[in-house]
Design a protein around this ligand. Structure first.
Ligand SMILES: [Zn+2]
Length: 413
């Protein structure tokens, strides 16, 4: 995914090369943790004096700090002459973003440090009560103002971003369609920005897109350039990373893997108005119905009960998980044939469901995927319920990583 350095190019101005290299260096320590100057030089294919100049700029701006490595430094941390190379670390106590996560049944806000550590968080339950823009914005803005006020006054907030469980217009964070909660054209990003009153825009992304990004850079998909992420909530969202880049489509609404039609003739009705979509066959309602649970029973706890019953050997729960696993496998097999991913990651409620359904998914892959593409890892989310929140944090840091000194000067000024 990462172009680690930018070569001199007669057509490219020097200050642009410097800005890109500063961003790439900061991204390396933000995602990879402390790195020695010599490691940075190797990874960015830049010489010692260039790395020195870049780290000096970032240190002066307060974005990284440099330390001698501890005495028991790992191999490779020593310089050529045996002198320990300084270790460059993200300034995680000074630079942070506010990240928000709006899921179907919960609201989360967090202060996330450069480097990815969640410094402080607030959680609330969201009732499944239909369109509730004012409530959601009110709760999140309260959390956000509180997190901002309790931060060290010497620290700098460099971005604000949110994950939302619906289809988002990237330009202004408008929720175009949130099928599970009945949101249509709700100005979520704009309203949250106004209510927060921090003078910072709120960037909003689709939860499954952001989950895919987070798993790619920090989770179960680290090291893979081609990844499929399936996020179960009430429905199923998706994120596809190809060659290190998220596919978002012409207008930002791509990767709706949950609405891939897998069972058009006698499939279950879907919230989108269609029939036999993947999410209609593997979503929360499908599993609860297949397990014979009463129609009024909903929610993550009910779903986890089915998974736990399946683990205990309850025949109805096991049969339900097998049924969901077969449909899930059909969807995953199609995606593997289309994209030849290195890894498929199951997140959200699919993280709970997948272990009980894995045999059917593997059987579908064995039967329906072209032999050349069958070498694929199947993993559950490593970031768990925080995948979407961490994806929002990465969205919040994107501006800083594109122009570290410019963004810091604007925010710190
Ligand atoms: Zn659908």
């Amino acid at each position: 995914m990462l172009r680690h350095s930018v070569s001199p190019d007669p057509g490219r101005p020097q200050d642009e090369i410097r800005r890109l290299n500063l961003g790439n260096l900061l991204r390396l320590v933000h995602l990879g943790g402390p790195l020695s100057r010599s490691d940075l030089g190797r990874r960015m294919a830049l010489n010692r004096s260039t790395i020195l100049a870049l780290t000096a700029d970032l240190t002066a701006a307060g974005l990284v700090d440099e330390q001698r490595p501890p005495p028991a430094a790992p191999p490779g941390a020593a310089g050529r002459a045996g002198r320990p190379s300084l270790v460059v670390r993200p300034a995680s106590s000074r630079v942070y973003v506010l990240a928000f996560d709006v899921a179907v049944d919960r609201l989360v806000a967090a202060r996330v440090a450069l480097g990815g550590e969640i410094l402080e968080r607030r959680d609330a339950v969201r009732s499944r009560a239909g369109a509730d823009l004012d409530t959601v914005v009110g709760v999140l803005a309260g959390f956000g103002r509180d997190l901002y006020a309790t931060a060290d006054p010497r620290s700098v907030c460099v971005g604000v971003a949110a994950s939302y469980c619906g289809m988002i217009r990237p330009a202004d964070g408008m929720v175009r369609f949130g099928p599970d909660m009945g949101w249509v054209d709700q100005a979520f990003g704009t309203e949250l920005g106004k209510e927060l009153g921090l003078g910072l825009p709120v960037v909003v992304g689709n939860e499954a897109h952001l989950g895919a990004v987070a798993e790619h850079v920090r989770g179960a998909g680290t090291g893979f350039e081609n990844l499929i992420y399936l996020h179960g909530d009430v429905g199923v969202g998706g994120g596809i990373v190809v060659g290190g880049t998220l596919l978002d489509g012409e207008a930002g609404y791509g990767c709706e893997l949950g609405h891939m039609v897998v069972n058009p003739y006698d499939g279950r009705p879907c919230g989108c108005g269609s029939r036999g979509c993947l999410e209609a066959e593997v979503g929360e309602r499908a599993l609860l119905d297949a397990a014979g649970r009463p129609p009024g029973l909903i929610g993550r706890a009910a779903l986890r009960d089915v998974v736990a019953d399946g683990r205990r050997g309850d025949p109805a729960a096991r049969a339900a998980l097998r049924r969901i696993g077969d449909w899930l496998g059909i969807g995953v097999a199609n995606l593997i044939n289309l994209f030849n991913p290195g890894v498929v990651v199951f997140g959200g409620m699919l993280r709970d469901v997948y272990p009980g359904a894995a045999a059917q998914v593997r059987a579908r892959i064995a039967n329906n995927v072209l032999a050349v593409s069958r070498d694929v890892r199947l993993r559950v989310s490593a970031l768990g319920d925080d995948a979407t929140l961490m994806g929002a944090a990465e969205l919040g840091f994107a501006g800083l990583l594109a122009d570290p000194l410019g963004v810091l000067a604007r925010q710190a000024g």
